[in-house]
Design a binder for this molecule. Sequence first.
Ligand SMILES: [Zn+2]
Ligand SMILES: [Zn+2]
Length: 428
Amino acid sequence: MRTLIKGARVLDPGNVDGYKSILINGQTIEAVLDPADVMPENGTDFKVIDATGLVLVPGLMDIHVHLREPGHEYKETIATGAAAAARGGFTAVCAMPNTRPVNDNSQVTAFILGKAKAAKGARVYPVGAVTKGSAGTQLSEIQDMQQAGIKAVSDDGRPVENAQIMRRALEYCRGLSIPVFVHAEDLSLVNGGAMNEGPPATFQGIPGIPNAAEAVMVARDILLSRLTGAHVHFCHISCEESIDLIRKAKHQGIRVTCETAPHYFTLTDADVKGYDACFKMNPPLRSEKDRQAVIQGLADGTIDVIASDHAPHSKEEKDLEFDRAAFGIVGLETSLPLSLKLVQNNHLTLENLILKMAKNPAKILGINNDITPGNPADLSLIDLKEKGVIDPSRFVSKSRNTPFAGMTVQGRAAATMVDGNFVFGLWA
Ligand SMILES: [Zn+2]
Ligand SMILES: [Zn+2]
C-alpha cells in the first residue's frame, strides 16, 4: 500500500520547509517530492490524501506522560493514553515509571510495550525507574530494561534524594548512553506546601512551595552531570532560578537539557483558585516573573522541549480541599493548541516550536524522526487556523483534570500518522 500526502506545507526544521508531497510505502517514507513531480495517482493500491491548508511536521513527541497502567487503570490505560496522545498530534510519548508496580524491571517494560502495540495509537517509549520501586535506595535493573526497550530512566514523581545514589545512577547511565530524567524537588523545602510560595498562597491560606525547592536540586544535578559526564534532562522546569542555572551550565558545556510544560508559560499562581484543584500541580504554577523567564528560556534555547507532564486523576482525587487533592493535570490534548499561542504571540517561530515538540525530544531519546526517505512514516498534520474552545468533556483521555476548560485556542492537531497508518484525524 502506497499513500501520497499532497498539498501541505512540509516543515522539518533544518531539513525541509516548503510545499512538498510525501510518498509513503507501507510503514516507511519512500520519497519527498516536489508538487511538479509526476506521480502515478491511479491503481488499486494507491491512496492520495489532500492535505491542502495543513502543516506536515515530523511526529510530535511528548517525552513526559503518565499512563497509569499497570495499577491505576481507573485514571488512564495505555490504550486511552495512546489514543489521547494521537488526538493531541503526538506520534510518540514517554511513559513515566510511577505505575503499580513501578517500571523498575524488564517484565514491566515488556508489559507496557505489549499493551502499547495492541493499542494502535501513539508509540509508547517506556521510561525505567532509576531506583527499585523508585524508593531511592537501590539502583534498578537499568541495563535489562534498556534491552527490553526503555529510552531513559527517571524516578519522576519524586526526587532521587541521596546524592551518592544519583551519582552512581549517572555513572551507570553514561556507560549505557541513556539520559536520566530528573524530577528536581527538595522535599524538605516543599515541607507540605501545595502551591507556589508568594502573595496568592498567603492570601488564600495555602502552604507555599518556594522556587528554591526546585532550583536547589537543579544545581546539585548540574554539578553531578559535570562530575560524571552523564546526560541529565530536567523535567518540568518552572522557575527563573532553575532556568538561569541551566543556561549557565549549557554555556559551560555541561550535558544538560530541560523541558517545561504548557501550564508554566500559560498560567501563574495568581490564576489559582484555592477551591479548584485543577490548578494544583507539581511543581506549582509560579509567579508572572517566572512565567516570563520560562518564555525567555524557550526563546533563547535554554529550554529544549515542551512536554505536558500529562497526569490523569479521577474526580474523587481532585474534588478535595486544595491541600489534600492530588497533584497534576492532563495535558496530551491541550499541549499543542496552548503551545501554538507562543507562535501567535511572536515568542517563538513555528519552526522553533517544532524543534521543541518534535526534533529536540527525538534527539534526547536518540531517535531520528527527520522527514526523509527510509525513516518510519511518523507524521503530524497541524491545522493552524481552526479556532475552538477547550472542552474536557470531549477528551479521549479517561480523566478531565484540566485548568484550561473554556479557554479559546487557535490551531489543533488535524491528523496523526504512525508507521504509515493514520491513528487520528480525517483519514484514520
Ligand atoms: Zn515530576
Ligand atoms: Zn511527571
